[in-house]
Design a protein around this ligand. Sequence first.
Ligand SMILES: C[S@@+](CC[C@H](N)C(=O)[O-])C[C@H]1O[C@@H](n2cnc3c(N)ncnc32)[C@H](O)[C@@H]1O
Length: 147
Amino acid sequence: MLYECLTIDNLLWAFKNLFHSDLVVASPVEDYFLYIDDLPSPEKEEAKKVSQPYLDALGDEYALCCEGTAFFPLQSCMNHSCHPNAKAFKREEDRDGQATIVALKPISKGEEVTISYIEEDLPFEERQALLADYGFSCKCVKCQEES
Ligand SMILES: C[S@@+](CC[C@H](N)C(=O)[O-])C[C@H]1O[C@@H](n2cnc3c(N)ncnc32)[C@H](O)[C@@H]1O
């Protein structure tokens, strides 16, 4: 989305409306040392000489995965439903920074793909309270039926 003028208000709006997810990425430092291991000699020896002090300083922690939060533009376009037809999926063992949308049921051509921003099995009032934190009152079919 383009803004005429970037203010803290529209920055916060953009942040709130972006789908963000915890993710784990394999240690880039470990990747670097694996890359060095594959270099031909004498580049490998030269690179090891330069990088060894850093490896010594890091100790075993060089292989720690990076944990953080990522923004996903496609998922950010998806509306919430308390009876969604898809799920934002991130397996614990995935370390490639990818998030996937998995269909929970057959989705017809032209049908809106929806995900749940919250635990959708909660009672109506609790769901609405949680979604109020996202700044909207849910108008999905399930909420309209239960309201
Ligand atoms: C991540 S965005 C979803 C995409 C958004 N509809 C758009 O056009 O950019 C989340 C926003 O969509 C709206 N929204 C999503 N699901 C909704 C729902 N079930 N009922 C009402 N508004 C919803 C709310 O304004 C919410 O803040």
